[in-house]
Design a protein around this ligand. Structure first.
Ligand code: HAM
Length: 433
């Protein structure tokens, strides 16, 4: 006779998850849900609609939008070849895909502005550490079609409201004016001339950036680079009147609705599509990776990607970092803790217990049972472990009488409940308790 085993596969070593890619366990998901739902509610209140775009796209989309000489595109993308040789990339952020979808579905022909929000996993091959992962999650919003400074104010206000509603600690909003392309072009040679005078003072990365992306040197976190750029010419001094006027209106708008901010002339951001307003929210309660969320205006991106000229502004929040901060402030109670445990045992009781479980669930009552338990004693132990408010005891005697015993697990008080009107009786009892 052939020997049947439940597991016909050979037993090999344990397979582990990928470095920097985390499981989110059931103890943690209530925090995630709180954050996701809070963000979603605020976004809807501000007139944003949910958009879902794929997690992988053709590589050129990211190279062209984020910028070929950014850290993300140069060294952090998860890129692979499709079977036909096309180069594909797991999305490192959500703006590029949103813009690609906007263009591809000819949304510009519909009334503007269009305001989208999205959330989901993003992928960057960075060195993992607290708050920095290779698969992480963002909640992002993009407001397409408005070049009015009030759109920037609206976007920043939404970011601030989400974080404040969650009571996240020690937040600072920093904001900067990157001006128009022409402003940065006139500033660039001034900065490069300054930086090349004393190249040895810069870190290796920044020495390279002087050629490829000199503005990024300004927000390098290495202390030597910060000291070296302390006296550098400032972009603010090269800005056109128009760019200054735009930014003044953004700042006045933030003042008028009471959003606190700090000007930071070094805030350049690691993605090349920005112009005019850029911003970032940091928290001192996080470690080295202290940016909770960030964004800015990107008026040229849609045209660069082949769409009609469309101004736009948006941000993305890092959900892992928000979860880390939430744990510190308010421990979230697990919602929907178990309400009724069904202890069905004996030949009749087990079967009636199974139907009772189904009946209560259909009536919307959270109900559980442990099918391994064969006796009342072991059922009660499992009921305790599950943290249930009530246990419904159904043995063969109860089936014969047509009444189960409902036990309050805190007071230990017991009462009979009719098995024929179970869900109605238990529902009204739960409502009253
Ligand atoms: P970003 O600054 O690259 O901007 O990312 C936004 C946020 O995502 C960061 O502030 C951080 O909280 C989180 N984040 C980034 N990388 C990681 C990582 N490796 N691990 C954990 N969290 C991370 C963008 O992505 C832009 N698309 C934002 C935007 C939208 N700008 C305009 N619209």
């Amino acid at each position: 006779m052939r020997h049947l085993t439940p597991n016909p596969l050979p037993v090999l070593g344990m397979i582990k998850g990928i470095k920097g890619v985390k499981d989110i366990l059931p103890e943690e998901t209530p925090r995630w849900r709180l954050i996701e739902e809070t963000a979603r509610q605020w976004a809807v209140r501000y007139g944003f609609q949910e958009l879902r775009v794929p997690i992988f796209e053709v590589t050129t989309l990211f190279a062209r939008s984020i910028g070929a000489s950014t850290d993300i595109v140069e060294k952090e993308m998860y890129t692979f070849q499709d079977r036909d040789g096309t180069s594909l990339t797991l999305r490192p952020e959500g703006t590029a895909g949103t813009v690609r979808a906007f263009i591809e579905h000819n949304r510009a022909a519909d009334p503007l502005p269009q305001k989208y929000f999205y959330m989901g996993p993003m992928f960057r091959h960075e060195r993992p550490q607290a708050g920095r992962l290779r698969q992480f999650h963002q909640f992002g919003i993009e407001s397409l079609g408005t070049s009015d400074p009030r759109a920037d104010v609206e976007v920043i206000a939404l970011l601030w409201r989400i974080l404040s509603d969650l009571n996240l600690p020690a937040l600072t909003l920093e904001i900067n004016n990157l001006g128009y392309t022409a402003d940065r072009e006139s500033y660039r040679p001034l900065l490069v001339a300054y930086l090349t005078r004393d190249m040895e003072r810069l870190c290796g990365n920044c020495q390279r950036r002087v050629e490829t992306n000199p503005l990024r040197v300004l927000d390098c976190k290495v202390p030597e680079c910060r000291a070296a750029t302390e006296a550098a010419p400032r972009l603010a001094d090269s800005l056109s009147e128009k760019a200054r006027g735009y930014f003044a209106a953004v700042v006045a708008g933030l003042d008028s609705i009471g959003i606190p901010y700090r000007l930071n002339h070094r805030l350049v951001r690691g993605l090349d599509y920005y112009c005019l307003t850029t911003f970032e929210v940091t928290s001192t309660s996080l470690g080295a990776q202290n940016a909770v969320g960030a964004g800015g205006r990107y008026d040229g991106l849609i045209e660069t990607l082949g769409g009609p000229p469309t101004p736009a502004v948006g941000f993305a929040l890092g959900l892992e970092r928000m979860v880390m901060m939430l744990s510190e402030t308010a421990p979230v109670s697990l919602p929907g803790s178990t309400t009724v445990y069904i202890a069905g045992f004996g030949s009749q009781g087990s079967a009636t217990g199974l139907s009772a479980l189904e009946e209560l669930r259909l009536a919307g009552i959270r109900s559980v049972s442990d099918f391994r338990a064969g006796t009342l004693k072991s059922h009660l132990r499992q009921a305790d472990r599950s943290g249930s408010r009530f246990t419904l005891i159904i043995g063969d005697d109860e089936v014969a009488k047509g009444t189960g015993i409902l036990r309050d697990m805190t007071t230990k008080a017991q009462r009979d409940v009719s098995l024929t009107s179970l869900s109605r009786d238990i529902s009204s009892l739960l409502r009253a308790s």
